[in-house]
Design a protein around this ligand. Structure first.
Ligand code: ADP
Ligand code: MG
Ligand code: ZN
Length: 611
């Protein structure tokens, strides 16, 4: 704000200076001047032939200016005493003014513009400046005031489709075919509602889009509005809940009022879980406020009559925490789930976002899709964007595969910290650790192929071994899970058996391994000891207070048995890893050697080590 103030002040000062310059220019005389004494001047005036020599006398304040008829000769300027008038002065000098009558005597009024300007400007400028400052501050305060008055307004942002150059349609959403099919009905309803009403069908009101972050919920909602050609109002659930109590409810009212005015339209409430959490389970101060807001939403949704052509779409990634009242028929009774894209869909998404990004001929989007399991649409968009930035920074005109692979790693693992100095000793430990993972993964069947090993630290990890499946898998065999467990322990075993001492490096591996072992036992029922049963720990996540309540569905004895089984699985995995590493130590050394030299090993190079 201060910056803005000074900017405006400078602007005003500038204007005043400009005005002052203009007036001083206007009043400037171009004719040459000479200074004379009063006596000299009077002498000139006592001339019979005055009329032919002098054009006029100008009295300008204390100056008496004689303007000769000949326009090339200079003006003669004499100074009189300040308070005396010209005629009084003449009298004082006993001047015979008989000839003077031949010419004009012009008195410049002291009220002349330049007089005022010259005298008042120095006073006026500061006053005006202060005035301007006060005005600006007032305006800003007013802005704040009117914002305060607007608290109750929804502040929903409208994205009117025709005002945008390019409207979003289903063509902009790759994959998600089922979701699109389902939403096509909504589009039709918005376009030709009569068709539905005539048949007495209860018109759809609310659609809940469920999906992990970045799966395209917002995009899809916007596409529905685009397909139907109706305005799209967007508000986030968190915007309802403000500092002041009661704001949320009044915002909801305002939101629905706006929507009704613009019907047919789509009202999109993003992240509805921020207000739509199950009532009565809240902790923390704002929970009353949230309940009121939620109640208001329910009231407004019920208040629609059949002819109100408004569809409310809401998005969430936590459908489990939503209040059941929201999901009742007549409210958000339609649910559309968006899954993370599979390999084919990833390729399609990449195709959409590759438009407008010149790619090298060597770039195969299918390969990129293969490399990015678990990536959401937003991640993929991000990958291509990062790749474009990399290419631009390298002053290239096209994006190549290396750029894309680089940005995949960046999106997946964080930025490379090349400047992060690690000692040679630490580098060696990291190399052995990663080589351990890679070697075990290579030797065991049923594991994902190793794509890359790196000992360049990124984010908080020292190095990584990247192994990715060749295809998306929905089921995992028991042997596969056990082998993954063994791979996870590869780093640990190398440190213990080969380097002779453990470091804190594998702590994350151990956490992952324990989690996996627990899942094998308690979720997948793959332990022979405990048999085909699940042993679930229900923990209810509540806002800010994590795992506040835990319920265990089994006895103390079973808990002990579970712990024993988990330990058994991990010990077995450790044994297998140890056998492999001791038996294939020459390959381990080779991998380490290459890693220390090149810092990263790609898939082909890695496989070449074993031939
Ligand atoms: P969400 O609201 O589910 O968190 P968004 O709709 O904001 O996700 O998606 C973020 C971005 O990801 C979109 O703007 C788009 O660029 C990209 N994206 C996500 N899913 C898709 C998809 N199916 N097709 C094309 N782009 C997608
Ligand atoms: Mg979103
Ligand atoms: Zn590790």
């Amino acid at each position: 704000m201060f910056k803005k103030l000074t900017k405006e002040a400078i602007f005003y000062i500038f204007i005043f200076i400009a005005v002052a310059i203009i007036f001083s220019q206007l009043s400037a005389k171009n004719r040459p001047e000479t200074k004379v004494s009063i006596i000299e001047l009077l002498n000139e005036l006592s001339d019979q032939n005055l009329k032919n020599k002098v054009e006029k006398i100008v009295i300008d304040e204390d100056k008496v200016i004689l303007v000769p008829l000949d326009s090339t000769s200079p003006l003669k300027i004499a100074e009189k005493e300040s308070l005396d008038s010209f005629s009084a002065m003449l009298k004082n000098y006993n001047f015979d003014s008989k000839y003077l009558k031949q010419i004009k005597v012009e008195v410049k009024r002291p009220s002349s513009f330049s007089f005022w300007m010259m005298n008042l400007l120095p006073i006026l400028i500061p006053i005006l400046l202060i005035g301007a400052l006060i005005y600006i501050t007032m305006r800003q305060v007013q802005g704040v005031n009117s914002k305060a008055l607007m608290f109750g307004q929804s502040g929903a942002k409208e994205f009117s489709q025709d005002s945008k150059k390019k409207k979003t349609t289903f063509h902009d959403v790759a994959g998600s075919k089922e979701a699109k099919d389902e939403l096509l009905e909504i589009v039709e309803f918005l376009k030709i509602p009569q068709k539905f009403i005539d048949l007495g069908a209860r018109t759809p009101k609310g659609v809940l889009l469920i999906g992990a972050p970045g799966t395209g919920k917002t995009l899809l909602a916007r596409a529905v509005a685009g397909e139907a050609g109706v305005p799209f109002f967007h508000i986030s659930g968190s915007e309802f809940v403000e500092m002041f109590v009661g704001v949320g409810a009044s915002r909801v009212r305002d939101l629905f009022r706006t929507a009704k005015k613009n019907s047919p339209c789509i009202l999109f409430i993003d992240e509805i879980d921020a207000v739509g959490r199950q009532r009565g389970s809240g902790l923390g101060g704002s929970h009353d406020e949230r309940e009121q807001t939620l109640n208001q939403i329910l009231v407004e949704m019920d208040g629609f009559d059949i002819n109100t052509n408004i569809i409310i779409m809401a998005a969430t990634n936590r459908p489990d925490v939503l209040d059941p009242a929201l999901l009742r028929p007549g409210r958000f009774d339609r649910r559309v789930t968006l899954e993370l894209p599979d390999i084919r869909e990833r390729e399609e998404i990449l195709k959409i976002h590759a438009i407008g990004k010149p790619m090298d001929v060597g770039v195969v989007l299918k390969k990129i899709a293969e490399r990015t399991p678990g990536f959401s649409g937003a991640d993929l968009h991000n990958v291509l964007n990062e790749a474009a930035i990399l290419a631009a920074r390298a002053d290239l005109k096209q994006i190549n595969t290396a750029h894309i692979l680089h940005s995949i790693e960046k999106v997946m693992l964080g930025v490379e910290r090349k400047s992060h100095l690690i000692s040679d000793a630490e580098k060696r430990i990291t190399a052995y650790h990663e080589a351990g993972h890679a070697l075990v993964a290579h030797e065991l069947p049923n594991t994902d192929p190793v794509r890359k090993i790196s000992i360049i630290s990124r984010g908080r990890i020292g190095g990584f071994t990247l192994k990715l499946p060749t295809e998306d898998r929905h089921y995992h065999k028991r042997s596969e899970l056990l082998n993954n467990l063994t791979v996870l322990l590869g780093g640990y075993v190398v440190e213990k058996e080969i380097l002779g001492e453990l470091t804190t490096g594998p702590c994350n591996d151990l956490k992952e391994a324990t989690k996996l072992a627990r899942q094998i036992v308690t979720t997948y029922g793959m332990s022979d000891q405990l048999g085909p049963q699940t042993f679930n720990n229900h923990s209810e996540y509540i806002f800010l207070a994590r795992e506040i309540s835990e319920t265990r569905e089994y006895s103390e004895k079973v808990a002990e048995a579970i712990d024993k089984e988990i330990a058994k699985f991990i010990n077995n995995a450790q044994k297998v890893a140890k056998t492999i590493i001791l038996k294939q130590k020459k390959y381990l050394d080779k991998i380490v050697e290459v890693l220390l030299e090149k810092e990263t090993i790609e898939q082909d190079e890695f496989n070449a080590i074993f031939v």
